[in-house]
Design a protein around this ligand. Structure first.
Ligand code: HEC
Ligand code: HEC
Length: 424
C-alpha cells in the first residue's frame, strides 16, 4: 500500500470515529479525542505526501550513474540516465534540480522560461539543424574555430550538440558570448574537462534526453559517439572514457552552507567555481561567467566606485565595509552588479544565482567572506588565473600583478581602515 493510501485511510477512519463519538454520548469525549488525534495524524501524513519531494530528501537515484554498455540500453533508459546527470535524479527536470552536469546553473529547459545566462535548450534538435546551415556557422569568427585541427564543422544535429559541449567557443549563439568579446568567446565550460568532466558515455545520455523529452527520435548511440570522437581528440577521449568523472560535488541532502564547513567545502557545495575563478581553490580555475574572486583587492575598489556609491544613495545597496560588500554580493546579488557584468537585456538582475540567502547560515556567509577577503592579485598571479575577458586579471591588477590604475583616494582610505580593523 502506498503512503498516500495509508494517509487517506487514517483520515476516513478518524471521521468515522468522530461521527460515532457524536452519536454515542457515553463515549463522546474519548471517541472524539481519539478521532481528532487521528484526523491530525492523517492530515500531517497526507500533507507531507502531497508536498513536492525536494532535494532535502535522500533521492532513490543517488546511486552512481552507470556508464555500462550503452548500446544495450533503450532510448528511454538512456534518457533517464541523462536526466539524472543534468538534474540530479529521474524526475529532477520537473523539480528543477541540479546534477553533476551542472547545466541548469546556466540553461533553462522549459518552454517560456527565459534564460539570461544561456539559451533555453527547448527545441535544440531542430534549431541545431538550422544553425549549421547559417552563415555565422559556416564562416565562424570566434577565438577558436575548430575543436582541434582538422576536426571540421558539424553537419548533423548530433554533431552540433557534441561540438557545443566539447568546443563551446567554436560557435557562439548570438547574444550569449562573454560580454565584451562580441560573441567571439563562449562562457560555457568544456563539458568533458574539469570541473564538470562528463565522460563520453554520460554525454551520450545527456544528448539522448534532449531529444527524447520532446518526444523526438534520438540519434543512435553510435552516431552520438562518432560525433564526440570527431570533436574530442583521441588522447583526451581515452582519459574521459576510462576515468570516471568526479563524484557530484553536492552530496544528497539539503545543500546548505554551514559555519562548520571550510571555505573550500562551501565553494564546492554551492558550486561557485562554475562561474568564478578563485585563487587557492583547486577546482575553481575555469569560471568565465563572473569576476575572479580576489576580494581583498576588489571589494574596497568596488565600494569606493561611483557606481556603488550611487546604489548606496538610491537605497539599493547597503554595504559600508569590504566584508559587508562581499556578503551582500552573495546573498543580494542585485543590490549592485559589477558594471562589466550587467546584462544588456536585463540590467537590474545579476547573472549570479539568486537563492544563496536561503542556502547559507550566517556563520557560513561570514566565514566565506573572510576567506575571499584574504585573496588578492598576488594570489591570482600565483595560481596563473587569467579571469574572464571583460575583467581579466591583467586589467584588474595590471600586468605586473601590482595595481596598475592609480587607486582612488577613497579606496586607499577604505583599505587603510580595513587594515586598522584587522590589526586591532
Ligand atoms: C556556466 C554556464 C553553462 C553551463 C554550466 C552549461 N552551459 Fe551550455 N551554454 C552556455 C552558454 C552561455 C551558451 C551559449 C553560448 C555558446 O553558444 O557557446 C551555451 C550553449 C549550449 C548549447 C548550444 C545551444 C544553442 O542554442 O545552440 C548546448 C546544446 C548546451 N549549451 C548544452 C549544455 C549542457 C547539456 C550542459 C550541461 C552538461 C551545459 N550546456 C552547461 C552556458 C553554460
Ligand atoms: C551562475 C554563475 C554564478 C554562480 C554560480 C556564482 N556567481 Fe558570484 N557572480 C556571478 C556574476 C556574473 C557576478 C558579477 C555580477 C554581480 O556583481 O552581481 C558575480 C559576482 C560575485 C561577487 C562580487 C565580486 C566582485 O568582485 O565585485 C562575489 C563576492 C561573488 N559573486 C561570490 C560568489 C560566491 C561565493 C558564489 C558561490 C556561493 C557565487 N558567487 C556563485 C556569477 C555567479
Amino acid at each position: 500500500m502506498t503512503q498516500a493510501a495509508v494517509a487517506i485511510l487514517i483520515l476516513l477512519a478518524s471521521i468515522v470515529i468522530i461521527l460515532l463519538g457524536y452519536n454515542i454520548p457515553k463515549g463522546r469525549i474519548i471517541l472524539m479525542s481519539i478521532g481528532f488525534y487521528m484526523l491530525m495524524t492523517g492530515a500531517f501524513a497526507s500533507y507531507s505526501n502531497w508536498l513536492p519531494q525536494t532535494r532535502g530528501e535522500v533521492p532513490e537515484e543517488a546511486r552512481p550513474v552507470s556508464t555500462g554498455d550503452l548500446d544495450k540500453m533503450t532510448p528511454e533508459q538512456l534518457a533517464e540516465m541523462g536526466e539524472t546527470i543534468i538534474f540530479g535524479k529521474v524526475g529532477g527536470f520537473t523539480e528543477r534540480g541540479i546534477g553533476k552536469g551542472q547545466c541548469p546553473l546556466c540553461h533553462t529547459f522549459k518552454a517560456g522560461d527565459i534564460g539570461d545566462r544561456a539559451p533555453n535548450l527547448i527545441g535544440i534538435g531542430k534549431r541545431a539543424e538550422e544553425e549549421i546551415k547559417g552563415p555565422r556557422y559556416l564562416k565562424p569568427d570566434t577565438v577558436q574555430t575548430e575543436a582541434h585541427p582538422g576536426s571540421g564543422r558539424a553537419t548533423t544535429a548530433a554533431e552540433y550538440i557534441a561540438e557545443s559541449h566539447s568546443c563551446p567557443s567554436c560557435f557562439v549563439v548570438v547574444g550569449f558570448g562573454v560580454k565584451g568579446t562580441n560573441d567571439r568567446e563562449s562562457p560555457m565550460p568544456v563539458i568533458h574537462k574539469p570541473p564538470i568532466a562528463l565522460s563520453i558515455e554520460e554525454l551520450i545520455a545527456v544528448d539522448t534526453w534532449l531529444f527524447v523529452r520532446e518526444g523526438l527520435e534520438a540519434p543512435p548511440v553510435s552516431a552520438i559517439r562518432a560525433a564526440y570522437e570527431k570533436f574530442i581528440p583521441e588522447k583526451d577521449r581515452a582519459t574521459v572514457t576510462q576515468v570516471k568523472g568526479p563524484e557530484p560535488p553536492t552530496p544528497p541532502g539539503p545543500p546548505i552552507a554551514l559555519g562548520t564547513d571550510t571555505p573550500e567545502q562551501i565553494i564546492m557545495k554551492m558550486q561557485c567555481f562554475i562561474c568564478h575563478q578563485i585563487p587557492t581553490i583547486a577546482v575553481a580555475k575555469f569560471g568565465m561567467i563572473g569576476p575572479v574572486l580576489i576580494e581583498g583587492h576588489s571589494a574596497p575598489k568596488r565600494l569606493a566606485s561611483p557606481e556603488y556609491q550611487a546604489r548606496l544613495k538610491a537605497g539599493k545597496a547597503t554595504a559600508k565595509t569590504p566584508k559587508a560588500y562581499v556578503m551582500e554580493s552573495i546573498v543580494h546579488p542585485n543590490a549592485f552588479i559589477a558594471p562589466a557584468f550587467v546584462l544588456a537585456n536585463n540590467p537590474e538582475v545579476s547573472p549570479m544565482l539568486q537563492d544563496f540567502a536561503q542556502k547559507f547560515t550566517f556563520g557560513a556567509l561570514e566565514k566565506l567572506a573572510d576567506f575571499l577577503l584574504t585573496l588578492d592579485c598576488n594570489a591570482a598571479m600565483k595560481d596563473g588565473l587569467k579571469g574572464p575577458p571583460q575583467e581579466s586579471v591583467d586589467k584588474v591588477c595590471g600586468p605586473s600583478g601590482k595595481t596598475a590604475e592609480a587607486p582612488l583616494k577613497a579606496t586607499q582610505l577604505l583599505t587603510t581602515l580595513e587594515e586598522q580593523e584587522r590589526d586591532n
